[in-house]
Design a protein around this ligand. Structure first.
Ligand SMILES: NC(=O)c1ccc[n+]([C@@H]2O[C@H](COP(=O)([O-])OP(=O)(O)OC[C@H]3O[C@@H](n4cnc5c(N)ncnc54)[C@H](O)[C@@H]3O)[C@@H](O)[C@H]2O)c1
Length: 338
């Protein structure tokens, strides 16, 4: 059995999910922890009961341990440098979202992976839920007909948001990539234009814009309307957002918490009394792990099978392009091509 020797770089909040997952795999071992603040790596070593050295330099850690795989759990700004250095040192990389602070840096990461013959997969844990797979099946099977209008609502009051509270665009730069990626996963569609408006609602405890209203347009004229807010008190949606897909034959609904369903038009010859629509429930067949575990299983399966994972950088860059299209629309104050 191939044994993956893992360096974990970035030992902050999200490292718990990754380290605990890796400890549960027979074909993987964590050989080093890296952080620019060595105290964080030392603390993680104790907290997770690891028996491995701690470094402040990623390249040195790979050379000293013969690592083959790097988990990049650093902050967004560090992702390009960390990912490219890891691949140059001969490692494949699994990393946290979003890929990169700019499209130019994301393209450089993809180019490096291609040139060096390495893979780089990006965490999109919010795809990996049985309700999400069922909703996708409902939408892509044609049950509601041709897709015409997609909406998602994300309304939460995020307290203890740490660094997010001082960011210029906490909702967009921290969270929206999950929802944009989910829109691609659910519909299989790639938008071509975007227009965005952001603002900071009354009562917000964020310094930057905690709310956004965005319109994405697809080639054939259908639209995806995103509404989000990180400072919404009361009646919160789930972290998965609340979704509506309106098709030519009906509407598919997922509130992000319960089982998705659709209501579709009943053919005229089958109408009884006033009922014009029929409810369609869908079986939930996804039996994999939830969230990070599901995405990491897929990344390891792909690496072992020498194929690209579902969230390989060459695919994930399309979700990132939605985010950077939004940011460009804000800068230019108009609708832009993605
Ligand atoms: N998928 C999810 O649900 C999810 C949830 C939270 C965070 N994240 C993502 O995970 C990443 C980290 O977020 P976090 O909340 O753990 O942040 P954090 O600030 O808690 O941790 C980041 C760690 O990286 C270290 N670091 C920064 N630059 C480094 C570098 N160049 N080399 C080595 N170490 C470096 C920091 O010292 C810190 O310990 C971000 O990209 C974030 O968007 C994803």
């Amino acid at each position: 059995m191939r044994k993956h020797k893992i360096v974990v770089v970035g030992c902050g909040n999200i490292s718990k999910a990754w380290i605990e997952y890796a400890k549960g795999r027979d074909d993987a071992v964590i050989v080093a922890l890296v952080d620019i603040h060595p105290a964080y790596a030392e603390a993680a070593k104790v907290k997770y009961g690891l028996d491995c050295p701690v470094f402040t330099d990623l390249r040195e850690s790979i050379r000293a341990t013969g690592a083959t795989l790097v988990f990049d759990l650093t902050i967004l700004e560090a992702h390009p440098t960390v990912v490219i250095a890891a691949m140059e040192e001969g490692c494949d990389v699994f990393g946290e979202k979003p890929m990169a602070p700019s499209m130019a840096e994301a393209e450089a990461m993809i180019e490096a992976a291609d040139k060096l013959g390495k893979t780089y997969s990006v965490m999109q844990n919010r795809r990996y839920l049985k309700e999400m797979f069922a909703f996708r099946e409902l939408v892509q099977s044609g049950t509601v007909g041709q897709i015409g209008f997609i909406t998602s609502d994300f309304f939460l009051g995020l307290h203890n948001g740490a660094y997010r509270e001082t960011m210029d665009h906490p909702l967009l730069m921290d969270m929206s990539i999950h929802t944009f990626d989910q829109s691609r996963f659910i519909t299989g569609k790639e938008p071509i234009f975007v227009e965005c408006h952001t603002f900071n609602p009354a009562g917000s405890w964020f310094a930057g814009a905690a709310a956004a209203i965005i319109t994405f347009e697809y080639e054939e004229g259908s639209c995806y309307s995103y509404r989000g807010c990180y400072c919404a008190e009361g009646a919160s949606t789930s972290w998965q957002s609340s979704w509506r897909v309106v098709g030519s034959q009906g509407t598919a609904i997922w509130d992000g918490r319960h089982a998705p369903y659709a209501e579709v038009v009943i053919p005229t010859n089958e109408i009884v009394f006033e009922n014009k629509h029929r409810r369609i429930d869908i079986e939930m067949t996804y039996s994999g792990k939830d969230q990070h575990g599901g995405c990491l299983d897929e990344m390891f399966d792909a690496l072992n099978a020498e194929r690209k994972s579902a969230t390989d950088c060459t695919d994930n860059v399309k979700s990132l392009a939605m985010l950077h299209g939004v940011m460009r629309s804000l800068r230019e104050g108009r609708k832009v091509k993605i």
